[in-house]
Write a protein that binds this ligand. Structure first.
Ligand code: 5GP
Length: 205
């Protein structure tokens, strides 16, 4: 059966446990490909160029943007991030599913692009990871102890804003318990591959 891959867009505010959840699901779905984004921020400890991000300068980012290399870009906490067209298009056409870990601005851009592009509309699915409530998120952000008070307040305000867009997503996973939420995300991602609009040929005729 000929199928397009799924374009799975996952967002969630800082501190919600999104990276952990994605890491768990990717470990169980090795066939799922991850779109490596470009960013102008510096690598954190343990991050590898080309695996976690392509770490590039502001100048290179602007140059690539002017060449139309990005499907979407966004500014997050004073840095620029962008999804490369080259990470997505050919894989989807070849029937491979691609996961995008991007912020709400980026997800909304892809949502708008999908409204004008039936192929994208057929393969894209939008998932938001949310905390059970804002006080729990605040507790988690404070327990990381790596951020200043100012940064924590900025992240909380950012989270409140991001979560206010929850109706722009198709699915909401509440991370109240890591095991339960990762199971739910895994089952959801498996089910997404069975969507009929992904099938590109006529069957049973
Ligand atoms: P971090 O710097 O902590 O890795 O990521 C900060 C935020 O940027 C996260 O919400 C992450 O999902 C988002 N992000 C990472 N790559 C991209 C991208 O290519 N586009 C957009 N719009 N957001 C991104």
């Amino acid at each position: 059966m000929k199928k397009t891959g799924s374009l799975i867009v996952i967002s969630g505010p800082s501190g919600v446990g999104k990276s952990t959840l994605i890491g768990r699901v990717r470990a169980r779905m090795p066939e799922l490909e991850f779109s490596v984004s470009c960013t102008t921020r510096s690598p954190r400890n343990g991050e590898v160029d080309g695996r976690d991000y392509y770490f590039i300068s502001e100048e290179e980012f602007s140059l690539r943007e002017s060449r139309g290399e990005f499907i979407e870009t966004a500014g997050v906490f004073a840095h620029r991030y962008g999804t490369l067209r080259s990470e997505v298009a050919t894989r989807l056409e070849a029937g491979r599913s691609v996961l995008l870990d991007i912020d709400v601005q980026g997800a909304l851009s892809i949502r708008r692009a999908a409204a004008a592009d039936p192929v994208l509309a057929a393969c894209a699915a939008f998932i938001l990871i949310a905390p059970p409530d804002l006080p729990t998120l605040e507790k988690r952000l404070r327990s990381r102890a790596s951020d200043s008070e100012d940064q924590i307040l900025k992240r909380l305000a950012g989270a409140r804003k991001e979560l206010s867009f929850f109706r722009s997503y198709d699915f909401l996973i509440v991370n109240d318990d890591l095991d339960r939420a990762s199971e739910e995300l895994y089952m959801l991602m498996r089910s997404l591959g069975t969507r009929v609009p992904l099938i590109t040929e006529e069957l049973f005729s």
